[in-house]
Design a protein around this ligand. Structure first.
Ligand code: LRH
Ligand code: MN
Ligand code: MN
Length: 426
């Protein structure tokens, strides 16, 4: 199914007066403080986040999976789902594929389908954390870090093949996340694993077209519980530097030990021009992959504050590849993604309200209280009318979640795809 602009516009009509009133109230308030509200709205409208092809079906845990009705059964269905999200939110203008979970068969058709829905293909992801049917080598004892040369070769070649697939779709970057690590002390030699990984990544980097970027994702634990080869931003940063100018660190919000100061990591990486991509989600304990902003919205806002600062002040850092990397065990995946997109836009909007010149003055004067007040004032502002106005300016829905339900999207998807469906991939 495909949502038409007219359907959304008709739905918006019911809420337009209320929105106009809310927007006027807020823009008067912000305008009186010297804020350029139009600039904030434009920045929000331009902000696009990729949806990963693996987030469109119901997720699961190693204990089980409860499938959701009307799940996408093919890559084409997944593209259609992202199209629905984008039509409603006007913020999901890209899709990120995981190979081999979502390897296209008919490239021309896939490209065309995405283009008609206004979607482009963002970073493409390789997978050397699972053995694929028919594979000659096993990754049980490592992939890019493997001491077993044949397994390592297979993992490098898989990444080169993923780049080829990405090229056919118009992707311009490869994200590598390595599960490689150990479960027990003594299992492997740390240094050997790191040396092998660096060598493998250099080979992959050398195989990328010259206008491509390599994103190196880190994660402290899981699936390995004693050590992970690329465990933290320092290791990723070191490897990115070893590869070259077009290799960057990728931050996934869930990939930190509890209470890590992620905003400071972001700030350091942007200063060094090495933050390439970002995976949004939220967590209470570890890599929980929960709805963005559902657990620690203030932390998300502080991260966005550093991102905005970096985007304004660090021309040495490239434009970032934004993506949601979440899982949905009990919710309708599309509803969950709508909630995540809204939370991202809200955190971004609040960060855009901070006057960094004024903050710098306050910091120079060592006025600790006022500096904190400035951040909290922005965080406490209800910015939803700004986010709505940005969506409206592009033909999106004022209330994407309400529109999704009122237009009975899931019911139509079930009619089209059936009740007992299982999404491909994870
Ligand atoms: C690893 C990860 C990584 C993978 C995705 C499925 O936890 O965040 O980005 O590619 O999940
Ligand atoms: Mn991730
Ligand atoms: Mn993860």
């Amino acid at each position: 199914m495909q949502l038409e602009k007219d359907q959304i516009r008709a739905h918006d009509q019911r809420h337009l007066d209320r929105h106009n009133e809310d927007f006027r109230f807020l823009s008067d308030r912000l305008g009186s403080k010297g804020m350029d509200v139009d600039r904030v709205v434009d920045a929000l409208a331009d902000f696009q986040v990729a949806i990963p092809s693996w987030a469109l079906g119901a997720g699961g845990t190693r204990f089980g999976r409860f499938s959701f009705h009307g799940e996408p059964g093919s890559l084409e269905d997944k593209i259609a789902d992202v199209g629905i999200l984008h039509a409603l939110t006007q913020t999901a203008g890209a899709i990120s594929l995981h190979i081999p979970w979502d390897t296209p068969t008919d490239y021309a058709a896939v490209r065309e389908r995405a283009a008609t829905l206004g979607l482009r293909f963002d970073a493409i992801n390789s997978n050397t954390f699972q053995d694929q049917p028919g594979a000659e080598q096993s990754y049980k004892h490592g992939s890019l870090s493997a001491t077993d040369e044949a397994a390592r070769r297979q993992a490098i070649e898989h990444n080169l093949r993923v780049i080829e697939i990405g090229e056919k779709l118009g992707s311009k970057s490869l994200t590598v996340w390595l599960a490689d690590g150990t479960n027990f002390p003594g299992q492997r030699n740390f240094q050997r694993g790191l040396v092998q990984t660096e060598d493998s990544l250099k080979q992959i980097y050398a195989g990328m077209p010259k206008d491509w970027k390599l994103f190196i994702e880190y994660k402290p634990y899981e699936p390995n519980f004693y050590s992970t080869v690329i465990q933290d931003w320092g290791t990723s940063f070191m490897l990115a530097n070893a590869c070259g100018d077009r290799a960057y660190t990728l931050v996934d919000l869930g990939h930190h030990l509890p209470n890590s100061n992620i905003e400071q990591i972001v700030s350091t990486l942007m200063l060094k021009g090495k933050l390439g991509g970002f995976h949004f989600n939220d967590s209470k304990y570890g890599d929980d992959d929960l709805t963005v902003g559902s657990i620690k919205p203030y932390a998300l806002f502080l991260i966005f504050n550093e991102l905005v600062y970096g985007m304004r002040n660090n021309p040495q850092n490239p434009d970032l590849a934004w993506m949601i990397d979440a899982s949905h065990n009990v919710k309708d995946p599309l509803e969950d993604l709508i909630q995540s997109l809204e939370a991202i836009q809200e955190a971004y909007a609040k960060a855009l309200l901070i006057d960094h010149d004024q903050l710098t003055t306050t910091q120079r004067e060592h006025d600790v209280v006022m500096a904190q007040e400035m951040l909290q004032d922005a965080f406490r502002t209800d910015v939803r009318p700004l986010v709505q106005r940005a969506r409206l300016s592009r033909g999106g829905a004022l209330h994407p979640l309400r529109a999704y339900r009122d237009l009975e999207v899931r019911r139509e998807l079930i009619q089209e795809r059936g009740k007992h469906t299982v999404a491909t991939g994870l």
